[in-house]
Design a binder for this molecule. Structure first.
Ligand code: SF4
Ligand code: SF4
Length: 290
């Protein structure tokens, strides 16, 4: 649900730029994986605040439940076991959901005007009233986030509680986290906290600890402290970027190709008509008797 109370920086499939918006401070959520205990309080708080209820899931041999993001589960805790050199078997817990990219591939790919908007504070929001359920946003998203409604076929994902943020509150998941694994504030402040955590983790033997704020999408408004560094361990892309096909689509290439194809068919039809003339229905061969 897009909010009229927040200034929109850009909107999907809109040729004209929105009127100049007041410059809002960029906000961000920091997920410190080293502090997460996998209690799923954030998952529950998300459902509570947004008033969505998912089906009772199935046991797949992991602690993941639901197993994947859905149109009614906008954040999901994922549990991985990894053998890590010099550290032994490690349990990695990752809070999955929209990263609110600074340069959102979903918005760039979306052909429906105003179905996806980005507010001036950086939050990316879906406006289901304008969504045509084509699925292009999923193609454009480097993190495989949008999911489609079982009843309405429209796209859904985490809103970063834009309704709460719009009135000066923090997202529901931040409020509920018991270990301060989640922090929310200005992007600048969150980067400071993340860097301080890196110093602490490195002192405690996590030399490879790193911040995941992928530059391929211009950085994100939800970013991570990863104690073991390598994003692939946490099933996140190392070089997240928007598919070149989306850039091609945005450049108008597909539309130009479509127009050229239509013109070629019309020209070919014209020359065929000039050469062969109109079809004479009486000249058709008689139907074979059955
Ligand atoms: S499904 Fe995604 S890409 Fe398609 S209109 Fe809806 S939001 Fe836009
Ligand atoms: S993570 Fe995917 S759905 Fe979220 S803003 Fe980025 S491209 Fe869009």
């Amino acid at each position: 649900m897009a909010l009229e109370s927040l200034d929109i920086r850009r909107r999907s499939a809109s040729q004209t730029s929105p009127p100049d918006v007041r410059k809002h401070t960029e906000v961000a959520k920091l997920i410190d994986i080293s502090r997460c205990i996998g209690c799923k309080a954030c998952q529950v708080a998300c459902m509570e605040w947004n008033d969505v209820r998912d089906d009772v899931g199935v046991l797949d041999g992991t602690y993941n439940n639901p197993i994947d993001l859905t149109d009614r589960s906008w954040t999901v805790m994922r549990f991985y076991e990894e053998e890590i050199a010099e550290k032994g078997l490690q349990w990695l817990i990752v809070k999955d959901g929209c990263l609110h990219c600074a340069d959102p591939g979903c918005l760039k790919a979306c052909p429906a005007p105003g179905a996806i908007v980005q507010y001036s504070n950086g939050i990316v929001d879906f406006k289901q009233d304008n969504c045509i359920g084509c699925g292009y946003c999923q193609t454009g998203c480097p993190f495989n986030i949008p999911r489609y409604g079982v009843t309405d076929g429209k796209a859904y994902k985490c809103t970063l509680c834009s309704d709460r943020v719009g009135v000066g509150l923090e997202p529901a998941c931040i409020k509920t986290c018991p270990t301060q694994a989640l922090s929310f504030g200005t992007k600048e402040d969150m980067i400071d906290i993340a860097n301080a955590r890196l110093v602490d983790l490195k002192e405690r033997g996590f030399e490879k600890a790193a911040v995941y704020d992928p530059p391929g999408v211009g950085g994100t408004h939800v970013f991570y402290v990863m104690p073991h560094g390598d994003p692939a361990l946490y099933r996140m892309p190392r070089d997240a970027s928007i598919s070149p096909l989306v850039a091609l689509w945005r450049s108008g290439f597909a539309r130009t190709l479509g127009v050229l194809t239509m013109v070629s068919v019309a020209v070919a039809g014209f020359f065929h008509w000039m050469k062969v003339g109109p079809v004479d229905p009486d000249a058709r061969p008689p139907r074979e008797e059955e």
